[in-house]
Design a protein around this ligand. Structure first.
Ligand SMILES: CC(C)(COP(=O)(O)OP(=O)(O)OC[C@H]1O[C@@H](n2cnc3c(N)ncnc32)[C@H](O)[C@@H]1OP(=O)(O)O)[C@@H](O)C(=O)NCCC(=O)NCCS
Length: 174
């Protein structure tokens, strides 16, 4: 099912940051169908839980609300010429920023997730003054753990407060 364009979403995006190959930006109405391919994909959302297609517009509106309230959300990751290939950004938490990312499996294995996350982290440090970034990874998700290893996160082991997911931390300047 192709989701209908949502009148509650803007037509223009705000660019958050650029990396050598990618653009991280806020969501627009035109992103509903592309990101639905990612967020409803069973393999990609195996650990986070898929978002039904009909709920994608509301999820994008929630992202824009988080952006307005906290200056962060899971941003659209655009590969110029190919469109939106995933998301990458942060959930705002009282104790810091939580990194997250989900990519279309057709674009795995090319370094895009690491590159997008590196750009998001640089933006958080330089523009938002972030000093500590956390992430949780399911023990059976080594691809995600490898992204965090490449970014310099420190693994702290299973977190009982997060159903035993592995906790990773990046402390700026440490
Ligand atoms: C987690 C996830 C984003 C990782 O994707 P990924 O493709 O493995 O990670 P990257 O995009 O950083 O790509 C790294 C790979 O690209 C390779 N690569 C190819 N070309 C490259 C280039 N030009 N630059 C850098 N790396 C490159 C790297 O060598 C590496 O290969 P390897 O996995 O064989 O070691 C992806 O598996 C995913 O979307 N999973 C589902 C969602 C999820 O689990 N999210 C995390 C929980 S929030």
């Amino acid at each position: 099912m192709t989701p209908a364009p949502d009148p509650g979403l803007p037509t223009d995006a705000r660019i958050i940051t650029r990396t050598p190959r990618l653009v991280l930006r806020t969501w627009t109405a035109a992103d509903v169908a592309p990101i639905a391919r990612v967020w409803s994909d069973a393999e990609t959302m195996r650990y986070a839980g898929a978002t039904p297609v009909e709920r994608i517009p509301a999820a994008l509106r929630a992202g824009l609300a988080a952006q307005a309230a906290h200056g962060v959300c899971l941003w659209a990751v655009e590969l110029p010429g190919r469109g939106v290939i995933g998301d990458c950004g942060f959930h705002h938490r009282p104790d810091g920023l939580e990194l997250g990312y989900h990519f279309d499996p057709r674009f795995w294995g090319r370094g895009y997730a690491t590159e997008a996350a590196r750009g998001a982290i640089a933006y958080a440090i330089e523009s938002l003054g972030a000093r500590r970034i956390v992430a949780w990874v399911a023990p059976a998700n080594p691809r995600s753990a490898a992204v965090l290893d490449r970014l310099g996160f420190t693994g702290e082991g299973p977190d009982p407060a997060e159903d035993g997911e592995l906790r990773y931390t990046l402390t700026v300047g440490a």
